[in-house]
Design a binder for this molecule. Structure first.
Ligand code: BTN
Length: 321
């Protein structure tokens, strides 16, 4: 009901809307409306109340609660339900637990702050309170486990498209899971699965975004290589709007991937990629490959040609160029 209440207040921004009208259109008592208004005020919503006139929305916080996100959400499945945490060790861990408890596909776990955010290869991921976006999307694709890794690339395309839509900034994709602006990292993607032989039961797609951190706040996060959208844009961004747009972009790309495979999305990925034509070193659990990246395969692997002219398919690696 809070989602609909916020929607109504935003629709009527700049004017009063009576408690009676709200209670009729939402099918709840006026006391219930009042209680929800109090909750919203505590979250930072500026709402004026006047006797006989009702409520008027004067301002909104840069929140990531379900009702903040739903204001911008135009998806059919993804993000229709959201678990929000002001602070949590890791949204990935929560999403895994919810998946095991039977939560359906599309559920999103969002946090304003993570205290033990995790990145690839067991690294830490720092998610500053109130300025970053930490989200984990629960997916239940009917895919064989070997067809799951390209979802990271599909997500990277979705995130860059959403960033461009919301901020006008053109971000670059560094294979497989980094998104950069002016050579500095703004987004990390972590794809994890709970699988059984032959079937990826659950995929948890974790996305961490440096959204509104100042340059100083990024110092502890390897300042030379990290930046935030706000730093690059020169103005604060609306985190809920960006998150909703990521879900919207990912929904159609994900459906296209499930239906037709990676072939068409590969073209979109290549158009945003800065990982081709580089001399690099790719370290994975299978060893280190040194050479020149010549492209990606139809299944999303990085193709690296070594000094002997042999092309290696690298599926998951830490890449340094
Ligand atoms: C990386 O670049 O190594 C991937 C970073 C992924 C971070 C996100 S933030 C939301 C989700 N929760 C986590 O603990 N990690 C992912």
């Amino acid at each position: 009901m809070r989602n609909e209440l916020v929607q109504k207040l935003v629709e009527h921004q700049g004017e009063y809307v009576s408690g009676e009208r709200l209670s009729e259109s939402l099918g709840v008592s006026r006391t219930a409306i009042w209680k929800q208004i109090e909750v919203l005020k505590k979250q930072g919503y500026q709402i004026e109340s006047a006797p006989k006139k009702g409520y008027q929305l004067m301002g909104r916080p840069d929140g990531l609660q379900e009702h903040d996100i739903h204001l911008y959400l135009h998806t059919k499945r993804l993000g229709q339900s959201v678990s929000y945490y002001a602070t949590v060790p890791s949204t990935q861990a929560v999403a895994h637990e919810l998946a095991q408890a039977g939560e359906p596909e599309g559920h999103v776990v969002v946090a304003d702050e993570q205290t033990s955010g995790r990145g690839r290869f067991g690294r830490n991921w720092s998610s500053a309170a109130g300025t970053s976006i930490s989200m984990s999307l629960l997916l239940r694709p009917a895919l064989a486990p070997e067809n799951v890794p390209p979802l990271t690339l599909v997500a990277a395309v979705a995130v860059t498209r959403a960033i461009e839509k919301v901020t006008d900034l053109e971000a670059d994709i560094k294979w497989p899971n980094d998104i950069l602006l002016n050579g500095k990292k703004i987004v990390g993607i972590l794809t994890e699965m709970q699988s059984e032989p032959g079937l990826a039961n659950v995929v948890i797609l974790g996305i961490g975004i440096n959204a509104n951190q100042t340059d100083e706040e990024l110092i502890h996060d390897d300042r030379n290589q990290s930046t935030s959208l706000a730093t690059e844009k020169g103005e604060l961004i609306n985190r809920a709007e960006l998150l909703a747009n990521i879900l919207e972009e990912f929904e159609w790309l994900y459906d296209a991937y499930l239906k037709n495979g990676f072939k068409e999305i590969k073209l979109l990925w290549e158009a945003r990629s800065i990982s081709i034509g580089l001399n690099l070193e790719a370290k994975s659990i299978h060893g280190t490959v040194t050479g020149r990246s010549v492209g990606i395969s139809e299944d999303g692997a990085l193709l690296v040609e070594d000094a002997q002219g042999i092309t290696h398919k690298v599926y998951s690696a830490d890449v340094q160029s």
